[in-house]
Design a protein around this ligand. Structure first.
Ligand code: PRP
Length: 205
């Protein structure tokens, strides 16, 4: 008979359980936000969104790629009708930090005029991406435009952003997991973890 998967009851057990299944977990120094805390917080955010947008034409916009896990769980925590759309962006390398210029790789499929829009992000760092996107989308005349981010790194902020909902405020550490990557990996970790410095210090790309 197949064994049932073990249920992690705390952060240490959660990391041990995941390390046993996948070597990615071994590159994590410690868990910053355990899986159960992420899910609890998302349930709370879903309830708030339900109350705020009851009876409104709600559209969630996911900024690829990091926000896809958050979007998938947030959608299921929201019980009112809503639609989703996706946007892909790319920064112009180092110049982004000073210019705030963001390149749109994939625009939205549908117009947002007259609709109640929530931009769904995994993390706000300098704020340049969201500052650019909110400027861009306001010109498209949505009925309202708000931001929900799972993580916020306020110590890194370079431009002011009006965050409507935040999952967790985190310190300035190299976080991966639950959608966040390093070199496009680690997105599938079910928790937010701090990457061991030796993983990124000795990697050239
Ligand atoms: C991350 C995150 C935001 C942006 C935040 O995306 O998803 O879009 O950076 O940074 P900022 O506040 O300094 O602008 P990233 O460019 O890492 O792409 P990804 O989502 O595909 O991982």
């Amino acid at each position: 008979m197949a064994k049932s998967p073990s249920v992690a009851t705390n952060a240490a057990e959660e990391m041990t359980a995941f390390c046993g299944q996948n070597s990615l977990g071994q590159d994590v120094e410690r868990i910053l936000v355990p899986e159960h805390s992420i899910q609890d917080r998302i349930r709370g955010l879903g309830q708030q969104i339900d109350e705020h947008y009851l009876g409104k034409d709600l559209l969630l916009i996911s900024v690829l790629k990091g926000s896809v896990l958050f979007l998938a769980d947030l959608m299921r925590a929201i019980s009112i009708p809503h639609e989703v759309d996706f946007l892909a962006t790319s920064s112009y390398g180092a110049s982004t930090n000073s210019s705030g210029v963001v390149r749109i790789l994939k625009d939205l499929n549908e117009p947002i005029e007259g609709r109640h829009v929530i931009l769904v992000e995994d993390i706000i760092d300098s704020g340049h991406t969201l500052a650019y996107l909110t400027r861009l989308f306001r010109h498209r005349n949505p009925a309202s435009l708000e931001i929900v981010t799972l993580l916020d790194k306020p110590s890194r902020r370079e431009v002011d952003i009006d965050l409507f909902w935040t999952g967790f405020s985190v310190p300035n550490e190299f976080v991966v997991g639950y959608g966040l990557d390093y070199n496009q990996k680690y997105r599938n970790l079910p928790y937010i973890g701090v990457l061991k410095p030796e993983v990124y210090q000795f990697t050239s790309d």
